[in-house]
Design a binder for this molecule. Structure first.
Ligand SMILES: [Zn+2]
Length: 250
């Protein structure tokens, strides 16, 4: 049994396949659970509603660093609303995706840091793990991370260098491995510290590149990982699923 710990199949704007078909395809491929990831206050509620409708789905409340417009009053109001509603809903398993993304120009770094700190405060208060999205920003990320006390969390879609892999290992973090690893050269954590994800509809793994990614393709990422780590598929499934179940209590 496998788990997709990070996908966006609840979002009709970005994921274009019918949910029923997607979940059937997921089960056909031995993927029995998935976590849909919120990327802003509105999208997170869509993720929640999707999870509440489907037994095999859990959800997260998140705010992607590139989606925040720097409006502090609006953020405060959104988070206040969430505290009295969405954050009390069942099947909420993490805060995220949240983080810092300096990859593209045109996104204010101070706003991103302010948002991240606000979101980490929520994770700390609710004792929820975090699904982090950190891209080209680890130098600013580590000091912020170190200011909070969080349950064991995950660096989703980790694709940075060996040094930051070690920084994450040292802090007890897990690493989300997805289709990227099947076609790009990135440093990988020991098997004991990885969980599998698709980030569907993005980052489609080999051999399906060029098509819409979906949670069933965790099977292909697991096949790839079995070869990379030199173990059989059962062992990959057993370890990554146990990791995911422990992290997210699913
Ligand atoms: Zn994502």
């Amino acid at each position: 049994m496998l788990v997709d710990t990070h996908c966006h199949i609840h979002d009709k704007g970005c994921f274009e396949l019918p949910p029923d078909e997607t979940l059937t395809h997921m089960h056909e491929n031995g993927v029995d659970k998935c976590i849909v990831i919120g990327t802003d206050p509105i999208d997170s509620v869509v993720a929640r509603d999707f999870a509440l409708k489907n037994a095999e789905v859990w959800w997260t409340y998140g705010y992607h660093p590139n989606d925040y417009d720097g409006n502090r009053e609006k953020l405060e109001q959104d988070l206040k609303n969430a505290a009295s509603d969405a954050l009390k809903s069942p099947k909420l398993v993490a805060i995220g995706e949240i983080g810092l993304d300096y990859h593209f120009d045109g996104y204010n770094r101070q706003w991103q840091q302010y948002l991240l700190e606000n979101m980490l405060q929520i994770a700390q208060n609710l004792k929820l793990p975090v699904s982090f999205h950190i891209r080209d920003a680890f130098d600013d990320f580590w000091p912020i991370f170190d200011n909070f006390h969080l349950p064991t969390s995950v660096l989703h879609s980790f694709s940075d260098n060996e040094e930051n892999l070690q920084q994450g290992m040292k802090r007890g973090l897990y690493f989300g491995v997805n289709g990227l690893a099947t076609f790009a050269k990135i440093p990988l954590a020991p098997l004991e510290r990885i969980i599998l994800e698709t980030d569907a509809p993005f980052l489609t793994p080999k051999p399906f590149r060029g098509t819409i990614n979906r949670p069933g393709y965790v099977k292909n990422i697991a096949d790839w990982a079995a070869e990379y780590y030199g173990v059989d598929l059962d062992k990959i499934a057993q370890i990554t699923t146990a990791n995911a179940e422990k992290l997210f209590k699913i």
